[in-house]
Design a protein around this ligand. Structure first.
Ligand code: SAM
Length: 306
């Protein structure tokens, strides 16, 4: 197996259950990169629990404007309630890939994407955590088809491809086991999926360093939500969304996503459409990792539109 792939999902072990409230990741670094100024208009494609949002709102002041987006209905409803008296804030419950249509030609001074799920979503029974037994949804949005339904029609080869993408070395036996289990007794909960995965791999899976669900859950989450496609679509449209001089910051938690951000930003810089704000991605300090272990795999990349 290639070492990049191996590294890829070692980083993505954050679908472990957490009871902590959401702590915004790389907060200072992100605010420095976005550099929000009084009166500016910001678009937040992943507003989540408003961690970054509150700081940006404090910087853009009373004349600023904020479009807060979250695909998860519950998160969007909470944001609507929390900011209902703030005339600067508009909340939309949509996929960030649709931001250009939402803006209808209006351009922002800044765009933030902080990918993945929020801590609250791990607790919300959406099937993101392999340490809980919940319905196997794996979707951010209730309008998307849940994994337990999709699994019923995927071929063994398709399941294999989904798992392989994450560098899972047991993709083949895992795919076979899931496919066969579906024929006998459809897999409908996260607990059942973990059980099937456990039976497909050696007892000491990855020498005990990794949960058997780490890579598989990541692969299914990416597939079911079309995460790489959504990211590609919005990043290809940055110059339609953000005006010249405006900034775009993206926080990723695994290397499949970081690779997309890196390549698209590099291409835009080469084409003279954007300027990289820093060459290498910024990561968390040891102190941040200590205080918020979820930040350990975070990478921030940012550009300024020309
Ligand atoms: C890591 S959290 C963001 C946390 C936020 N920055 C904060 O500090 O509270 C990511 C959020 O993005 C949402 N999300 C994931 N994919 C999305 C998509 N394609 N479009 C819109 N929201 C999405 C999730 O529901 C989640 O609430």
């Amino acid at each position: 197996m290639d070492s990049t792939k191996n590294k890829n999902t070692e980083e993505q072990s954050d679908s472990r259950a957490s009871t902590r409230t959401h702590i915004p990741v790389l907060l200072n670094e992100t605010i420095d990169a976005l550099d929000p100024q009084p009166g500016e208009f910001f678009v937040d494609g992943t507003a989540g629990e408003a961690g970054h949002m509150k700081v940006i709102l404090s910087k853009i002041g009373p004349t600023g404007k904020y479009l807060a987006i979250d695909w998860n209905k519950l998160n969007a409803e909470r944001l609507r309630e929390e900011f209902k008296d703030d005339h600067r804030v508009r909340v939309e419950n949509v996929n960030f890939a649709g931001i250009p249509e939402l803006l209808r030609g209006e351009k922002a001074d800044g765009l933030l994407l902080d990918l993945g799920f929020s801590s609250g979503e791990l607790e919300a029974g959406r099937g993101f955590s392999f340490q809980k037994d919940e319905p196997l949804l794996m979707t951010y949005s209730d309008e998307e088809e849940p994994l337990y339904k999709v699994l019923k029609r995927l071929s063994e080869k398709e399941i294999f491809e989904i798992l392989k993408l994450t560098g899972e070395r047991y993709s083949r036996p895992m795919a076979k086991a899931i496919f066969e289990a579906e024929r006998k007794h459809p897999v409908e909960t996260t607990g059942e999926l973990v059980e099937v995965l456990q039976k497909a791999v050696p007892g000491r899976y990855e020498a005990g360093r990794l949960n058997v669900g780490t890579r598989a859950f990541l692969g299914f989450r990416i597939y079911i939500n079309r995460e790489l496609e959504n990211l590609n679509r919005i990043l290809e449209a940055t110059t339609d969304v953000v005006k010249p001089g405006g900034r775009v910051a993206v926080i990723t938690f695994q290397s499949l996503e970081d690779k997309i951000v890196k390549e698209i930003f590099k291409k835009q810089a080469k084409e003279g459409k954007a300027e990289l704000l820093f060459k290498k991605p910024l990561g968390p300090t040891l102190r941040e990792i200590r205080e918020n272990p979820r930040s350990r795999s975070a990478k921030l990349r940012a550009i300024r539109i020309i």
